[in-house]
Ligand binder design. Structure first.
Ligand code: HEM
Length: 512
């Protein structure tokens, strides 16, 4: 009897202490999770694989892959590209935290092998580490090339180059069946404008040198988007030596350097004697170097890096934007007609080129460009940033040296911010104060904060005059009477996203 009693008691106790222990463990885990989440946890992460991390979850269009992952894991998620932690930001609130509240902490850029080799060890503006050198080169570019005043002063360049574009289209449109490669012509326009204001002349026009320059700029944009495995898995860097990518980077860097050195040498004699209005960016940089002497942070290498940056950052982006605008207009004939009515209504039957003075009052034109920037930001993931110290964002702890990608493409399509976000509706920008200068975080095609794009005025001035003239001087159609909705809109891969197939169109001269 005593035995039975003691057995029953001990089994009760065992049972009780087991349940109690299980309950206590669950309670402690919950407390720990809740506590660590509200103070110091990392952002949610999709499961990753050894060595490659989350790289296998990225398709060719990275902005789209990140969008799908963010739908499941939220607007702040932590991925790993190989061994590199990458914070992906996919909402306006989170973008504001990074680019406004914690802007200084996230003002650095990650170092990658392509930019190290081609951009003179990060001596250009876009990849320079955050600090005194970056501050100086950025302000030199803004003051001497990209400020409102300077951009206005290049008006004649834009007007002449637009006129030359219109002439070329007219010459190629000899019959109603002539097909024009508009993409190629728009690329030439943006290249020529940047060439003339940065280097004083259109290098593309100069025979053999022009050919070299064209090859270099197109190779630059192709190689810029190739992934060097050593950036993410350093011990596999040898793969790029073996498959020839390193050699391609080195070769491009060498040929670009030879070209830029030639440009600088050609300017050295004249830079000091030209008057202020005749000086291009190379002249200005050379004078600055001479005046400041040894105190200057700007040396010969910086000059080449800055000029290279103007091409890398300024030409493909601008050409891409106008190419997408024309594509959307061809897909939406009613919107095209409304825009043509605005432009033709304001300018009338003017046979000469539309000049910048004529653009006043073209509100729909501006809305059309803004809507293209929303749906097709030329750099959908902006330029990557990197944290320089530990930070806490929305309760999550982010370690120093974490790379940051802001998905501006996804933010611009957020149904919380836009009605019918997938539709092309320029009207949403009429009577709206929304602008792209980095104040409205649900619309950030040019980025925001300290590392935001300094070329906005420059880019928009080229867009507006070119688009107004294209709308005024021609009626547009697709070859073989194809319907607008059938136009292939496949995007290219890489950091800057343009059409994968060039835009081929029929341009019918309009005479009023
Ligand atoms: C439609 C045309 C353009 C678009 C969409 C565009 C977009 C951008 C974006 C998204 C960034 C990164 C911003 C960030 O990290 O927050 C950037 C940076 C930059 N852009 Fe542009 N850009 C355009 C035209 C230009 C032009 C015409 C120039 C100069 C001629 C230019 C020069 C630069 C430079 C130097 C930077 C680096 C700024 C820094 O790191 O401090 N961009 N641009």
């Amino acid at each position: 009897m005593l035995n039975l009693l003691s057995k029953t008691l001990s089994s009760l106790l065992e049972d009780f202490s087991f349940k109690y222990l299980v309950f206590l463990a669950i309670f402690l885990i919950l407390i720990y999770r809740w506590f660590s989440r509200s103070t110091n946890s990392s952002p949610p992460s999709p499961p990753k694989l050894p060595v490659i991390g989350n790289l296998h979850q990225l398709g060719p269009h990275i902005h789209r892959s990140l969008n799908s992952l963010a739908q499941r894991h939220g607007p702040l998620m932590l991925l790993h590209f190989g061994s590199v932690p990458v914070l992906v930001v996919s909402s306006d609130d989170a973008a504001c935290e990074i680019m406004k509240t914690h802007d200084i902490t996230f003002a650095n850029r990650p170092k990658n092998i392509f930019f190290k080799k081609v951009c003179y060890n990060f001596k250009d503006v876009a990849t320079a580490p955050y600090g005194e050198y970056w501050r100086q080169v950025k302000s030199i570019c803004v003051l001497n090339l990209l400020s409102n005043k300077r951009v206005r002063s290049f008006r004649i360049v834009r007007e002449e180059e637009t006129e030359s574009l219109i002439t070329k289209i007219r010459q190629s449109s000899t019959s109603t069946s002539s097909v024009v490669n508009l993409s190629e012509m728009l690329a030439t326009l943006t290249n020529d404008v940047v060439c003339r204001v940065a280097m004083g002349s259109k290098y593309c026009d100069r025979g053999e040198r022009g050919k070299v320059f064209k090859e270099l700029t197109s190779e630059l944009s192709i190689l810029m988007s190739r992934i060097h495995i050593g950036d993410y898995i350093p011990w596999l860097a040898w793969v790029s030596r073996l498959n020839g990518l390193d050699a391609k980077f080195d070769n491009l860097a060498k040929r670009f350097d030879e070209f830029l050195e030639m440009v600088v040498q050609e300017h050295i004699g004249d830079a000091l004697i030209k008057n202020k209005d005749q000086k291009d960016l190379v002249d200005i940089l050379l004078c600055m170097q001479k005046e400041r002497g040894d105190d200057s942070l700007i040396d010969g290498v910086s000059i080449k890096a800055i000029i290279l940056d103007m091409f890398a950052a300024g030409t493909e982006t601008s050409f891409t934007l106008i190419e997408w605008t024309m594509s959307e207009l061809l897909r939406h004939p009613k919107i095209m007609e409304k825009l043509q009515n605005e432009v033709r209504g304001i300018v009338g039957n003017k046979t000469d080129i539309i000049t910048e003075g004529d653009l006043v009052g073209m509100h729909y034109l501006k809305a059309v460009i803004k809507e293209t920037l929303r749906l097709h930001p030329p750099i959908p993931l902006l330029l990557p940033r990197m944290s320089s110290q530990d930070a806490t964002i929305n309760g999550y702890s982010i370690k120093a040296n974490t790379h940051v990608i802001v998905n501006a493409w996804q933010i611009g399509r957020d149904p919380k911010s836009y009605n019918n976000p997938e539709e092309y509706e320029p009207e949403r920008f009429l009577n709206s104060t929304l602008d792209y200068k980095g104040n409205d975080f649900h619309y950030i095609p040019f980025g925001a904060g300290r590392r935001g794009c300094p070329g906005i005025q420059f880019a928009m001035a080229v867009q507006e005059i070119a688009l107004a003239n294209l709308m005024h001087k021609f009626d547009w159609a697709l070859p073989n009477a194809a319907r607008g909705e059938d136009l292939d809109m496949t995007e290219s891969t890489g950091a800057s996203v343009c059409r994968v197939y060039p835009l081929k169109v029929v341009a019918l001269p309009y005479s009023g």
